[in-house]
Design a protein around this ligand. Structure first.
Ligand SMILES: Nc1ncnc2c1ncn2[C@@H]1O[C@H](COP(=O)(O)OP(=O)(O)O)[C@@H](O)[C@H]1O
Ligand SMILES: [Mg+2]
Length: 461
């Protein structure tokens, strides 16, 4: 608002000063041209009346008087020897005039000069011999610019008044305008303040201007993202409690059946206690996986990036998992197309790929195979984990990375696992700004591909 007033006042003042100056210089130059014209005409007459030798010519003298009267000025005629032949003020007659402008004019350069302070214009004009360019004298006319000053003064008084009115108008206009401009913003603020309590609100709809519409849209997007996060958090919490409750429930059943049975044989005791031990292990496994996942969710906070030889890393993973594969008689092959060194967090990358290979073994057939390959180009390295296993149905493929998702809950229970492995793997890969994809055909096999940049990239996503 202040800004608007300032702009208004500044531009008003500039225009005003500009007009005044333009008027003044135009008036002065007009007046100068007029005088110069008159002088040129008079100079011609002067020569024809031979006024320089005899200044008694009535015609010329009355013309001079007329000129000085009209413009309230003074005329001096100077001859070739710089002697003043005629002075309408009769002060300098007979004296020598060597003023700069007279001398300049005598050399053929007519001059004009505006003395703003003392309010006069001075014009010199050469008196020339007829037909030749010989200068025989100079006419020096100075005229008052009081009339110009007078009009300027009137201009000023009126101008100031107009300016004042303009300023007031600008101020009022600015006030109204800024009030209008700010109104939607105020509405937005009020709405936001009103709704800080909860998410039960259908968002901002302030569409007065394109800009407020943009703000509203951006805000609504943010709001729906927040809701989504809130929803997935709720889901996660309920999933977690469900998963943690399952082993507990089993233990409860086992314990109860021992307590409420009389004369329980020792063998049954031992068997049930073993089962309870298994459930405890399972509970532990879930908690450990959850902790890994939550730690990873903090993204990039405690990554430990090192130059790592990926070939060695894969070899080690396969070596560790070989015993499980052998149990199922699954053949494991590692194929390295080239040596790869990349900036990665060794522990997290190992976790990710271990999970993929472990799944490839777990969800495989008896006597199946697992094929792990490593390749790279100048920007990324690629790890492919392919298996000859049970495959993942098309409709489940998009869900396998979700927490606790399992294609076949009952089968999964047999082979163990928490349903968190792929979620952990995905988080680890994303942390490296990589990508992970799944290709699978039910009953034929599954391939997971991981692409990770060779150079670690920091910065927000
Ligand atoms: N290689 C694979 N072949 C077939 N199914 C797989 C494979 N990898 C993962 N899955 C399916 O995806 C689910 C999620 O995997 P994951 O997150 O590792 O959990 P889990 O603890 O069950 O292994 C598994 O339960 C399984 O149904
Ligand atoms: Mg798994």
């Amino acid at each position: 608002m202040l800004m608007l007033v300032l702009v208004g006042v500044l531009s008003g003042t500039t225009v005003y000063v500009g007009i005044i100056q333009a008027y003044e210089s135009r008036a002065v130059s007009l007046r100068t041209a007029e005088i110069q014209n008159q002088c040129t005409i008079l100079c011609d007459q002067l020569y024809s009346y031979d006024y320089l030798s005899d200044n008694s010519s009535e015609v010329i003298n009355s013309s001079l008087v007329q000129l000085t009267n009209i413009y309230s000025g003074r005329v001096m005629i100077v001859d070739q020897d710089l002697k003043v032949v005629k002075d309408t003020y009769a002060l300098n007659e007979g004296r020598i005039n060597v003023s700069e402008r007279v001398v300049l004019c005598m050399r053929g350069q007519s001059t004009s000069y505006y003395d703003k302070k003392n309010h006069y214009i001075e014009v010199t004009s050469p008196i020339m011999e007829d037909g030749t360019d010989r200068i025989v004298g100079v006419m020096l006319a100075s005229v008052s610019t009081d009339t110009i000053e007078d009009s300027l003064r009137i201009f000023h008084t009126k101008g100031r008044l107009i300016l004042l009115v303009v300023y007031i108008l600008v101020a009022v206009l600015a006030m109204l305008l800024s009030e209008r401009i700010v109104r939607p913003l105020k509405r937005i603020t009020r709405e936001l303040e009103d709704t800080t309590e909860g998410y039960e609100w259908d968002g901002l709809h302030e569409e007065t201007y394109a800009e407020t519409k943009q703000i509203s849209d951006a805000f609504n997007k943010l709001l729906s993202r927040l809701r989504q996060i809130d929803k997935s958090r709720e889901e996660f919490v309920s999933n977690v409690s469900h998963e943690l409750k399952t082993p507990l429930a089993s233990m409860k059943v086992l314990a109860d059946s021992l307590i409420f049975q009389e004369n329980v044989p020792v063998e049954l005791y031992e068997e049930f206690m073993q089962d309870i031990g298994k459930e405890i292990d399972r509970e532990n496994e879930i908690i450990n996986d959850l902790l890994t996942l939550v730690k990873m969710d903090k993204t990039a906070q405690d990554v430990n990036i090192r130059q790592t030889n990926v070939n060695d890393l894969l070899e080690l993973i396969l070596k560790r998992l070989r015993p499980i594969a052998e149990k199922k008689n699954v053949e494991m092959v590692l194929e390295s197309f080239r040596p790869v060194v990349a900036e990665i967090d060794e522990v997290k990358m190992t976790l990710a790929i271990s999970n993929l290979v472990e799944n490839a073994i777990k969800y495989n057939m008896e006597n199946g195979w697992v094929h792990v390959s490593l390749n790279a180009d100048h920007r990324f390295f690629y790890v492919k984990v392919a298996d000859s296993g049970i495959g993942i149905p098309k409709e489940d493929q998009e869900h396998v990375f979700e927490r606790f998702f399992r294609v076949d809950k009952s089968h999964s229970k047999e082979v163990g696992g928490t349903g968190l492995g792929l979620a952990i793997a995905r988080n680890a890969v994303l942390m490296h700004r990589g990508s992970i994809k799944v290709y699978s055909e039910a009953n034929e096999g599954t391939t997971f591909t991981v692409r990770v940049p060779l150079l670690y990239q920091t910065g927000a996503e």
